[in-house]
Design a protein around this ligand. Structure first.
Ligand SMILES: [Zn+2]
Length: 375
């Protein structure tokens, strides 16, 4: 039984693979998008959601297949697949037939995105109704190195149990908050507005603020990462999920909001991926950080850099994860940061650190803890 909200046939559909033949229920043959052979030598195995190319020898799980084509890491692949298939991280029900052709479900009516100020008000009110569990607070304290005051300031909250979703939404509407067009909210099968929190995607919420000081999105840091089924060369599963209701009745996609923490007039602004990373790095250094959802979601940076440049920022420091030196996807994202900085007449340099630490937050935390030991 797959732990994924999609199947390998969904991924085959997304990649527009040319299906050659369906030998038996266990294997479907397609042309390999990695080596480009055209004789249907790529075997797709729907029962295990794995694949193997008998031409180039490449093999793996669903995220790797997608990642090999799009140069994305597992997390990024997972996000993109979910977003395109409009499943927000919960198991597919009767979606693709098990031996799957490229038939897709009928489209649900969607909502347009609500005005940003309304989204901000609704999210603020929603967060005020939620609490942070002791376990999550402990994680933020010990693993992430944040103080209680910082944890409260950033506004992390635990996701509510699914059974409270409808009541929370009812309270919000009663108090005059808009839910239609706010990512995460949708109309359920019984015609009632609700918000999309599930048991299997439980975790804590990371608020994503824009440079305008408004809350534009919420990210869930999952308690249980969603893993690729192959168990082969895959590293870790996807750990972050946007709160989104795309694909749901009157739902709306999260988009890819850029998180901003610090001074909107800072002379120097650091750019990384992941709101939590930026929050931690800001807490340690006091510097100003912008964070995209993934290293490749650089779309929102154009507008942000244009604003920062007008606001007096002179230098952008690209602080993407250290795998930018061997991960093509992250490298591509890092290059985009440099190009956008130049486009908006700001200097740009790359920050590098001990590659034993992947993210800037990991490295800064290690430095801080070392210092504490020496003192
Ligand atoms: Zn191949």
């Amino acid at each position: 039984m797959s732990d994924f909200p999609f199947t390998i046939m969904d991924v085959a559909y997304l990649l527009r693979l040319n299906i050659r033949r369906r030998g038996n229920p266990l294997v479907v043959y397609a042309d390999c998008p990695i080596c480009g052979e055209h004789r249907g030598r790529l075997g797709l195995y729907p029962q295990t959601n794995t694949w193997h190319c008998f031409h180039c020898g490449e093999t793996g799980g669903m995220l790797r297949l997608y990642g090999q084509v799009h140069c994305t890491d597992n997390s990024q692949s997972f996000r993109e697949i979910c977003d395109t298939l409009a499943v927000g991280g919960f198991p597919a029900e009767n979606r693709a037939p098990s031996r799957g052709g490229p038939e897709r479900p009928t489209e649900m009516p969607a909502s347009g995105r609500a005005p940003e100020r309304e989204i901000h008000r609704t999210y603020k009110a929603l967060l005020s109704m939620l609490t942070l569990t002791q376990a999550h607070r402990e994680h933020l304290r010990t693993v992430r190195g944040l103080t209680d005051a910082e944890i409260d300031d950033f506004g992390f909250k635990s996701t509510p149990p699914g059974r409270l979703c409808q009541e929370l939404t009812r309270k919000l509407t009663e108090q005059g908050f808009l839910v239609q067009g706010v990512p995460g909210f949708y109309v359920d099968d019984r015609g009632k507005w609700t918000v999309k929190f599930y048991q299997r995607t439980s975790g804590f919420l990371i608020p994503q603020y824009g440079v305008d000081g408004l809350l534009h999105g919420l990210q869930i840091r999952l308690d249980t990462p969603i893993r690729d089924g192959s168990g082969s060369t895959e590293k870790k599963g996807a750990k972050y999920l946007p709160l989104s209701s795309s694909g749901k009745n009157f739902g709306v996609t999260s988009g890819s909001p850029v998180h901003f923490v610090g001074d909107p007039h800072a002379r120097v602004v650091y750019v990384t991926e992941g709101a939590l990373k930026a929050d931690i790095a800001h807490a340690i250094t006091g510097r100003t950080f912008a964070a995209t959802v993934g290293a490749n979601n650089t779309g929102g940076l154009d507008e942000l850099f244009s604003f920062l440049s007008r606001n007096g920022t002179e230098e952008i420091i690209e602080a993407e994860d250290m795998d930018k030196h061997h991960n093509a996807g992250v490298f591509r994202g890092a290059c985009a940061v440099h190009n956008l900085a130049l486009k908006h007449n700001m200097a740009c340099r790359q920050l590098n650190w001990d590659p034993a630490y992947k993210g800037i937050d990991d490295w800064l935390l290690a430095v801080k803890r070392n210092k504490n030991i020496k003192e």
